[in-house]
Design a protein around this ligand. Sequence first.
Ligand SMILES: Nc1ncnc2c1ncn2[C@@H]1O[C@H](COP(=O)(O)OP(=O)(O)OP(=O)(O)O)[C@@H](O)[C@H]1O
Ligand SMILES: [Mg+2]
Length: 490
Amino acid sequence: MPSYLSNLKIHNLYDITMSSKEAHSKFDILEEIAMNRHHNLLGGNISTISQYNQNSKFIEPYHLILMNLEDYPTGDELSLKRLKSVFDSAYEAGFYLIAYGNKSFLESKNKAIQHIVNSFPLLEVESNNFKLTNELFTYNYMTEGYHFESVNDDKEKIIDSILKTYTKEEADSEQEFLSVPIASSMDGRQTINFTLGDKSKNYHAFITGISGSGKTTLLNNIILGIAQKYTSDDIRLYLMDYKEGVEFQVFKHHPNCEKIFLDNEDIQASITLLEEFKNKIKNRASIFREKGLKDISTHNVKNPKTPMPRIILIIDEVHRLFAGNYKQQAYFSKLLTEVVRQGRAFGVHIILSTQTLAGTHIDKTLMSQIGLRVSFKLTHHSDSEDIFTYSNTEALELDNYELIYNQKSGNKKANLRARANSPQDIDMILSEVYKIRDIELILKPKIVTTSVNTKIHNSETKEESERDYKYNTDNEDAYLNKLKKMGIKT
Ligand SMILES: Nc1ncnc2c1ncn2[C@@H]1O[C@H](COP(=O)(O)OP(=O)(O)OP(=O)(O)O)[C@@H](O)[C@H]1O
Ligand SMILES: [Mg+2]
């Protein structure tokens, strides 16, 4: 995917499917949108979305679907029946389709391609020239004597101008330091973003759900969204993974990642890290005091060229940290509560995920500091009431990969039911990000496997902490070699 397109992807203006499985799930979404539009918007005098848009204050977006026939899946993966049903409702539903590819597809034996060839008008382009036909353009007789050729404008420039208008609107309505897509509403019409910041007044998050319900996939999508949308000047990640200590290994090339902890037995490592965060908070507090600043948001507004990065710690399977001896557990939960309470003002944020809160030391004091709660399917009333509030048990009714997004500390009225986005190709996305990211902004995550390695080099002097250290320069050669191996030019 060219880099200018990945910029559109970040803003949900563009999406791509690389496999027939992904194509199926995208077609599911399109079919659902089409069905909803037919049920709710069309009827009477209004038979198409374009008519609807001419008569409505709320404009429905159009979808342009481009199909590369050269890479069309063979076999029955994307069934002909399915294609036909999307094509049949396309025009009314506001979908527009363009199929393209090398001329050889005209002879293809694939039934789906034959169907496309027979139902779409053909535009042949040869050496950048083409001829309009009556089939393509009713008033074609008026074009006689004209010569047509394809233009090759500066694509980066076009995309820039689209993004300028688009991101301006986004920026005006947004003072969140984090906002990444994670799900879509049940009718498929709205994207649900995972957001933290001053607008929603949420600075930490808690995620629950039974085994296999989609928690790790959601975390992965948040972590990928961060790589795509924010640089290490904006957000730095610490990933702790307590499931067999392997899942977060896939992020060893994440450009925003400071440390990845892979030892599921090592409770001491998490204690050491939280102590490190406490020191960071202390340093930042003394900088703010000196400069008379209220908090990190004020600091970053006043110093747009040297912002302080937000630090996000993500702990998957956090309940495993409550398996050690009682003293250690109690100390860990005390530290966690302290960091969570002070983190808001100093830019230290925590996202916790667990199957159940039962048996942990996560109490009401800690929960009251964590306004954003997300739950996948649960099977016990008590689990649902622990993550949300008394009698808020909607999580018991969820289907697979559905979630409740609640920004109001679990208040029942704020439940937002949604469908979580499916797993993505992590390696592909990260290597796309590498191609467009300034090397100066790429961190080399430190993989921590034992508590010995976690010894803090608390390098953060006051000056350094204004911009933290750039990327880790020790072992730079090995790092550059690694990039080369990934096919990334340095
Ligand atoms: N939104 C989704 N759409 C399609 N498949 C999904 C989705 N979310 C998760 N899956 C699939 O479901 C399986 C379980 O997901 P995941 O590992 O995220 O669950 P989990 O809640 O973290 O489970 P556990 O508690 O056992 O760690 C994975 O194989 C994943 O590919
Ligand atoms: Mg998991």
